[in-house]
Design a protein around this ligand. Structure first.
Ligand code: IFM
Length: 454
């Protein structure tokens, strides 16, 4: 069924949720900031990747993006007027350290300091993500996250940022979507740095998790009353059929896609069946690593977009299991299945499996092909329905006992959608990339009326 044929969903109300529930939008530095070579920012792996022909579908990069670096007051006004009480952003490491072992860049620090003041002035609780994929290229030149030294460099970055902002920023996310950093970037190769080696990818995943675990106590030491967590991208899984081989393939995929991250974060180590299956590709683990990864956190961030259907696929690396494209189901312009109930399903599973404490939906959103009408309006009915239906699902999960404390829509603005460039729009606010004009879409207006209880 296409979105156009769908009946209008029942609208959830803000009053269905706790009065102290957090309502935000999420963004990330490389996707919105632009100002690629301003004020001492150095090259990131995404600058290098985007400059490599064929890597980004429209040949674009984040060099200008939404020019948020200069236009952030207008963007935060949009967030405030929408009625948000929280805002999730990430910090561009290449703005802070221009070389390995160098001194922090004062202009980069000042930019994020201004940004945080701008949030606070508008009643937006700042949620800072330390790593949302824009690794400095000079670190990739030394092996990137596969090199253990990057863990130390990350800790130095985390230390500097939390000392500088910790009086004002209490909520810290160490990493966004380690799966994407590790597997998409280093095995599947369609994200920066574009490597295609499974063993490297698992070493990257391990170092990312170690860096998370070691950053948590450091952040707590620097930030009075810190709340620290990690944001994982997760999918409910379905087997392609009830055949034993598809069920087994789903189990194998689950071991890597879900348990490989959640098990060690909850003190269970890497899943043994997955370790057995991957053999020599297992990462090098130093004494103390697993204990570090298992550090207690204050919340779990869950990024949910769509479910995955898994089929047995002999020869399909790395685990003879394949994620199938969705069949005859409703999809977004990304080709991702629209499955609001999948959010509740996923949350209930996480709660049952790990009981992780407070959960925040740190991303959830949809991509549609928006059109601007003659009056300059964008009636993005698909995205509006997606948002309404996912909030209804979230309400159901909370009613069933999952302690979700906040929701961040992806995204405040249309932005640079990685390998898809500017061909894909996820924003509640439309960006005209020629003029940088911002226009609140129908979905953004609905979120505003929901948040203001109009
Ligand atoms: O744009 C991305 C974001 O950077 C990470 N999570 C998924 C979003 C949509 O693909």
């Amino acid at each position: 069924m296409t979105t156009a044929n769908r009946p209008e969903p029942a609208a959830p109300a803000r009053s269905d949720f706790a009065s102290d529930f957090l309502w935000g939008c999420a963004t990330s530095s490389y996707q919105i900031e632009g100002a690629g070579s301003v004020d001492g920012r150095v090259e990131s792996i995404w600058d290098r990747f985007a400059a490599t022909p064929g890597k980004v579908r429209d040949g674009s990069s984040g060099a200008v993006a939404c020019d948020h670096y200069h236009r952030w007051p207008e963007d935060f006004d949009i967030g405030r007027d929408m009625g948000l009480n929280a805002y999730r952003f990430s910090i561009a490491w290449p703005r802070i350290f221009g070389e390995a072992g160098g001194q922090p860049n004062q202009k980069g620090l000042d930019f994020y300091s201004r940004l945080v003041d701008g949030m606070l002035e508008r009643g937006l609780q700042p949620w800072a993500t330390l790593y949302h994929w824009d690794l400095p290229q000079y670190l990739q030149d030394r092996g990137g996250w596969a090199n253990r030294e990057t863990v130390d460099a990350f800790l130095e970055f985390a230390d500097v940022m939390t000392r500088r902002l910790g009086e004002r920023v209490k909520h810290w996310i160490t990493h966004n979507e380690p799966w994407c950093t590790a597997i998409i970037g280093n095995f599947e190769g369609w994200h920066a740095p574009g490597l295609t080696d499974f063993k490297t990818a698992l070493q990257v995943a391990h170092h990312v998790l170690v860096s998370h675990g070691k950053a948590v106590p450091l952040i707590r030491a620097n930030v009075p009353d810190a709340q620290v967590g990690i944001a994982l991208s997760l999918h409910p899984l379905r087997a392609a059929s009830s055949k034993p081989e598809d069920l087994a393939a789903m189990e194998r995929h689950d071991g890597l896609r879900y348990r490989w991250f959640l098990d060690p974060l909850h003190g269970r180590g890497y899943p043994q069946a997955t370790l057995d299956a991957i053999g020599d590709a297992a990462p090098t683990i130093l004494p103390g690593d697993m204990e570090a990864i298992a550090v207690d956190t204050d919340f779990l961030g869950v990024n949910y977009y769509f479910p995955e259907t898994i089929a047995h696929a002999p020869g399909h690396a790395p685990l003879d299991a394949e994620v199938l494209p969705p069949g005859e189901v409703e999809t977004t312009a990304m080709g991702w299945e629209v499955a609001p109930q999948g959010l509740a399903e996923l949350l209930l599973r996480i709660e049952k499996d790990y009981h992780p404490g407070p959960i925040y939906i740190t991303e959830n959103g949809s991509c549609y092909e928006d059109s601007v009408d003659a009056g300059g309006e964008i009636d993005d009915v698909g995205r509006r329905h997606y948002l309404m239906r996912h909030l209804a699902s979230l309400r159901a999960a909370i009613a069933d006992g999952v302690p979700v404390k906040g929701y961040f829509a992806w995204s405040l603005l249309d932005n640079f959608e990685w390998a898809e460039g500017y061909l894909r729009r996820f924003g509640l606010t439309h960006i005209d990339y020629d003029t940088q004009q911002r226009t609140l879409k129908g979905s953004g207006k609905w979120y505003r009326s929901f948040l203001r209880q109009e």
